[in-house]
Ligand binder design. Structure first.
Ligand code: GLA
Length: 377
């Protein structure tokens, strides 16, 4: 934060606003948000900090301190598809398409959220930037509008995701996970107190830019599964209404879509079970559900990768690990584990060397604490 502040003062003068925007993890409910399912994410204690002020120039100036890079965001700017500033550009587009009038700003930002690790560094940037523009230009966006605009901005970058990341980042509450019904957008705050346990996040080092993966194919397949069932059961409105009769029909019609739909169906059940297990502080049950979820993401939804499957197999053999699974958009990124408190170093010691030998990748990890959402500081 201090570094970002002094950077800003040196480059652009006195700041007017400082925002702290967290990343997120997801306990369970994976690849279900875009189909209207239930999800259980929380905001984490890793942040993007934005320092900003209004500008009188015809373009915004943005400095990414960690990358030692800066850009003048002119209206006609053309940038490579994977340039970091595309998130800023698509956020502006999302606001302008809904006729919000915005001016230009000077920004420095710095992040402690690992990039490409499945903990939503990109959503933190889009949410933070839209919030900052809302404050500077009196757009009066409430949290729900902010979530909507940030999700559209993310879709503009080519990832056809749902609202989970943006909701957790904006509405996160310390010591709680958010049980989000992505069909109705209703939220229940679930207090997480699991004495003697912690959430460990392991970065597989397999970077996943979701646009380059099969992510969008999964969102399409989920829709296709629904359409195929509707061809026989026209009264069916959404994925959340799919029942065993529908699944039996789909199994006979299309084995691939049947696998995708079975993941959704079982995952919905797992979310409910894990919430109950959290209420009962039953860490063994939570762990078992995390492993089951991984199995489903690996074999039915097919969004895992060999590196992460290797990690999960090793983690299953460690008794201080209650459960673990691939987390987020998949195809790389992070593993979330429920572990015994203070067992992190012992666990990392057991898996790091075999992983390095097999894949030539160094693992990194951190303990994630359920934290407050986006804040002005
Ligand atoms: C990404 C998307 C989310 C969600 C997850 C998978 O993080 O941005 O909307 O679909 O993948 O659960």
């Amino acid at each position: 934060m201090q570094v970002a502040s002094s950077h800003f003062v040196n480059k652009y003068g006195s700041p007017e606003l400082t925002l702290q925007v967290p990343g997120r993890v997801n306990i369970i409910g994976e690849h279900t948000d875009y189909s209207g399912g239930d999800v259980l994410p929380f905001a984490i204690n890793k942040y993007v900090h934005f320092i900003s002020k209004k500008s009188t120039l015809p373009y915004s100036r943005i400095t990414a301190i960690d990358l030692n890079d800066q850009i003048d965001l002119t209206t006609d700017i053309i940038m490579p598809e994977n340039h970091w500033a595309r998130y800023f550009k698509s956020a502006i587009r999302s606001l302008e398409n809904q006729n919000y009038h915005i001016g230009t700003v000077d920004i420095c930002f710095k992040s402690s959220i690992p990039i490409g690790a499945g903990v939503s560094s990109s959503s933190a940037i889009t949410c933070g930037f839209i919030k900052l523009l809302s404050i500077h230009f009196n757009l009066n966006l409430d949290d729900n509008k902010l979530i909507e605009l940030a999700s559209i901005a993310e879709n503009n970058t080519g990832v056809m995701g749902g609202i989970m990341d943006q909701t957790a980042i904006i509405k996160g509450i310390k010591n709680h996970a958010l049980l989000i019904n992505c069909n109705t957008t209703e939220i229940k705050n679930i207090k997480i107190t699991l004495p003697g346990h912690q959430w460990l996040l392991i970065n597989s080092g397999v970077q996943h830019n979701l646009v380059m993966t099969d992510y969008n194919n999964r969102t399409q397949e989920s829709q296709q599964a629904l359409s195929l069932i509707q061809s026989q059961f026209p009264e069916l409105k959404s994925q959340v209404e799919i029942n065993k009769v529908h699944l039996d029909f789909l199994r006979l019609k299309n084995s691939l879509l049947s696998k995708r739909a079975r993941h959704f169906f079982n995952e919905q059940k797992r979310v409910k079970k894990i919430v109950n297990a959290i209420f009962q502080k039953d860490s063994d049950k939570i762990g078992q559900l995390l492993f089951e979820c991984h199995d489903s993401l690996q074999n039915l939804y097919e969004v895992s990768c060999p590196e992460i499957d290797f990690l999960i197999d090793r983690l299953k053999e460690i008794d201080t690990v209650k459960g673990a699974r691939i987390m987020g958009g998949g195809f790389g990124g992070a593993v979330i584990c429920l572990i015994d408190k203070d067992a992190k170093d012992q666990i990392m010691k057991k898996i790091s060397l075999p992983y390095l030998e097999r894949f030539k990748i160094d693992l990194s990890s951190f303990i994630a604490y359920p934290s407050d959402g986006l804040k002005i500081i």
